[in-house]
Ligand binder design. Structure first.
Ligand code: MF3
Ligand code: CO
Length: 248
């Protein structure tokens, strides 16, 4: 069941998501070599609460923290542990969810710590671009496969892979709603995109193979140990354009 949202609902979702956009800008200023994922998580949780929202991930399916902090070969759902200390050259993805007035926000950004090698910087850039390209396909009359294939083509054209075991999703009164949004697929396939859909689009990529495994019940890592990146935005499909809710 796909729940289409009214303009009022979309406005509330924008509040939940703008909080994330603000926090990601603050994180860009404070994240640095020597900081732990635990400290980053506490910083973000505090900023969510200051803004009158709740951390959506904490307690979700038993997840213990407000954020997922995934470093290098970690793809998603990285636990923000005290002994996960950022080093120069690391690629770190931060995934955060909020609940505000009964509606969810969900977004992720990748950060580079200090100076990373060129291929890492390219993975960062291409994944970020893939999100923008995917979002640009979220228009009325297209199908979900148009988003998926655009993301896949962009990532693979640079010699990187898209992760297949995890997907983007509808979002609203629930963190995860229909439809699923894979980061690979065929144009013209899948559910029709309609006015009022609210979607979390989230390319997850790797420098090597797309196969992943789960380490500690949560942390998803690439099997081949290759580095990974992740960007996510929550968007609303309007009649004649896309509204990105999780950007300033
Ligand atoms: N951000 C993830 C997603 O987009 C959800 C995190 S799962 C949790 O689906 F358990 F960590 F909350
Ligand atoms: Co998500």
């Amino acid at each position: 069941m796909i729940y289409l949202k009214t303009p009022d609902e979309i406005n509330t979702m924008e509040k939940a998501n703008k909080i994330l956009a603000e926090i990601f800008e603050l994180v860009a200023e404070v994240i640095e070599e020597g900081m732990s994922a635990y400290d980053l998580d506490k910083f973000v949780e505090d900023e969510i609460k200051k803004r009158g929202a709740l951390p959506a991930f904490k307690g979700y399916n038993g997840y213990p923290s407000a954020t997922c902090v995934s470093v290098n070969e970690e793809v998603i759902h990285g636990l923000p542990r005290r002994d996960k200390i950022f080093k120069n050259g690391d690629i770190v993805s931060l995934d955060v969810g909020t609940v505000y007035d009964g509606y969810y926000g969900d977004a992720a950004r990748t950060y580079i710590i200090g100076e990373a090698d060129e291929r890492t910087r390219e993975l960062y850039r291409v994944t970020k671009e893939a999100l923008d390209i995917g979002i640009s396909r979220a228009i009325v009359g297209n199908r979900i496969g148009d988003i998926s294939s655009a993301i896949q083509n962009h990532v693979e054209s640079h010699g990187f892979s898209v992760i297949r075991d995890f997907v983007g999703h509808g979002i609203g009164r629930n963190l995860h709603e229909a439809p699923q949004i894979p980061n690979y697929g065929s144009p013209g396939r899948g559910p029709l995109i309609m006015e009022g859909m609210t979607l979390a689009i989230e390319p997850m990529t790797s420098m090597g193979d797309w196969r992943v495994r789960i380490l500690d019940g949560w942390t998803v890592v690439t099997v081949d140990g290759s580095r990974s990146a992740h960007f996510e935005d929550t968007i609303a499909v309007l009649r004649d354009r896309v509204r990105i809710l999780s950007r300033l």
